[in-house]
Design a protein around this ligand. Sequence first.
Ligand code: 5RP
Length: 232
Amino acid sequence: MKWQNHLAGNENWAGEISNYEEKSKVAQRVSRFVKDGDVIGVGSGSTSFLAVKAIAERVRQEELDVLMIPTSHEALLNCSTLGLKTTSLAAKRPDWAFDGADEVDSNKRLIKGRGGAMFAEKLVMASAPKTYILVDESKFVSRLGEKFAVPMEVDPRAVHLVETKLNNLQTVEVQLRMAKSKDGPVVTEAGNLILDARFQEITAGMEKEFSAIPGVIETGLFIGYSVEILTI
Ligand code: 5RP
């Protein structure tokens, strides 16, 4: 995402958000959980942005003192543009966190990472005692992987190695994520590339199997985290 395009600094942001009404309602719900003194992990994506907006409003009106831990440059800019103080995982542990998701199944297993921020999102989720996953109805699936591929952040030198290893794990398709302009690959904030992988079936052990492949920094498969699914 270009710096000048971050949602809070973009006049046309409402038009860029799908399922805006539903996402706004869930964002309002999570904003009510904020207490004075909280340190809060902030996910990336449009639902998280709406939650940041709702929280900023409460903080302003009630003069609450909260600290946010953003999971991307985009989330950092949204927080700071809306007047929320930020810190980092290097300095603080979150009391709780919130984030969006691309898919959620009935066992609270998630696919995330359409925005490519899954590495920091997983660090924050693993550091927080509880993370609220803010979703609209379109995010629920009966089978994980039904709509979205599993994104993997990969060191650029390892792309071919990881692709070969994934093909040994019944991968249906592996694609290097390209920029919308198609003039090059998407590069993450840490300078890595993203492989989007589709599978016949996603099983519980896969998150660990993927992480064991040399060159895989992190994946968008989130299984077994302390999450509460929040919807309207
Ligand atoms: C970013 C993410 C987002 O949480 C996920 O893509 C959902 O986005 P949105 O709230 O815009 O629908 O994982 O890496």
